[in-house]
Design a protein around this ligand. Sequence first.
Ligand SMILES: [Zn+2]
Length: 658
Amino acid sequence: MITRALITASLTFAFSLPVLAQTASRGLEETGSCAFKALGGTRKVQERADFSDPGIHVTYYRLRLNLSPASTLLTGDVSARAVCVAESLSTVQFDLSGSMRVDSVLGSGGSLRFSQFLQGFQVQLERTYHKGETLTLDTYYGGVPGATGFGSFEFSSQNGVPWIWTLSEPYGARNWWPCKDDNNDKADSVDMFVTVPAGLKVGSNGTLAGTQANGDGTTTFHWSERYPIAAYLVSLAATNYVEIDDWFTYTPSDSMPIINYVLPQTLSDGVGALGETKSMLRIFSEAYGLYPFINEKYGHSQFGWGGAMEHQTMTSTTNFAESTISHELAHQWFGDMITCANWPNLWLNEGFAVFSESVFLERFYGADAYKAHIGDAMSAAMNATGTLYVQDTSTVAGLFDFNRVYAKGAWTLHMLRHVLGDSVFFRSMRAYAADPRFRFRSATTEGFRSVCESVSGKDLGYFFDEWVYGEGYPRYGYQWTSGPSAGGYRVTLTLSETGSSAATPFFRMPIDIRLVAGTRDTTFTVFHTATGETFTFQVPFPPSDVQIDPDKWILRDVVSPDAILPEAYALAQNYPNPFNPGTWLSFSLPHRSDVTLTVYDPLGREITVLIRGQLEAGTHAVRWEGTDAGGTRVASGTYFYRLTAGTYTETRKMMLLR
Ligand SMILES: [Zn+2]
């Protein structure tokens, strides 16, 4: 689901679930073939996906829905085939909002007794079923779908034409169809028959298996999804769409259709980056493995919600912005093929999708585009409150928090990329996408971590503990000093760290340290395990600057260094020596001083003055290119350089070899 627009929109719906809980405080408990009455009884409201039955695994749904825009009524039946996974089962529960009335439930032997509650219904089976047995239940129901979360099911209109769409994430599937609303129990396949007034076109999951004019002013569309699908990803959208088709050619002889259902007026306004969809399919297939639903299609249907939602094989979207299209397409791997096992792990959907927006940009436009895009999310990620793992998932505003789940989620992958290195990171992503434990199933943070650990051979417990279950980010302070050593320069760096949140006072992290001298630099990576840790580096030049994480691979603050002042004046031996054509001259000042640094020949004649002026306390370096004051190259031989700083004077010898 996308992103910033969502955050604004979500506030509108932020209190939907609590309101539902308040207004419908009692559930109905009555047995019979026609049980629905005014809500009553004593059963507690269940806000989350915990009504559905752990005793069954649903393998297949067939939805047959009649949509009446004039009355905003939905009627139909849903047949569910399930395997008994409990030792024995005499009742089965499904999720279904109390605003939908169950008329009857048919089993293999005919009509079954059932009880309806606010969040679902319980069916009394005609006999006890045992582990491994299959049962099929067909529920006839109808009503005006309720709206929770982001709306679930909307009867709307555009240009006077009915416009109907669904958006069930996270708990809204039950608002319009009876299901087991549990990300851990995907149906293996779904058939959806949707009957709408003639002139409307219905988009949905999978492939369009058939269209039938019913001769009564209605048309029925049959969509068939043959890949496993979570209940919240089952979707439909309908209006007088214009179809724009394209192809994703993934081998010289294999292509998959790209099918877009667009509003007629959008065609004249333009369809944005829609034409890039096939490039995105190629890029993500290269990054994460072939598009998961390759035997079916990918595409979009336009809806009016104000954002976009990654419905399986057919994203619903309001706009065709590049970042929207790439975000929702990336969800087909992370969200749809591998679904977060529960909502606290939503970053496995959203963090991956935002990160993938950057991956697309990197491979389409270049590395700078990646950096710019991930950099744009940095301040949002730093403003995240709480842990990446969302404990309270009872409101969509709290759950779909951009700073926390989207921006910090993306940054967590960005940081992991640096921790593992590019090649191991993308191998890990592909291994995760291919792992039979997760592929077409669901995953938790621990599942993803286990793949990264087995691919990299590294223990990543610290990383996930800090960034998924910890809060805030590190703030680095540093001090450094350098001096001549063993024919080069030894730089000593002391790193200090505090966490921005008291909940996570320290982040163990690999940190890039860049030593800079003029246009030269060299980068080391240190593994920081304790505040106050000291690192030393040997470099061939005296650095003028030390930079901490210069390429922003870490979500962090860097505080300017407190200079470690030299204890005494010193003039170092030049490096390299002998030299040709240039060499570094460096010296230390314990106080701010008037400094002169002059080069002489062996007869004491002044060749050039390299420094004359006041300098701050610290270690300084200047390069002599073997030229006199006029810029003319001087001859081979011995030269002297003299530092005068206040009352201090020191002279050293150096050798130029042409
Ligand atoms: Zn998303």
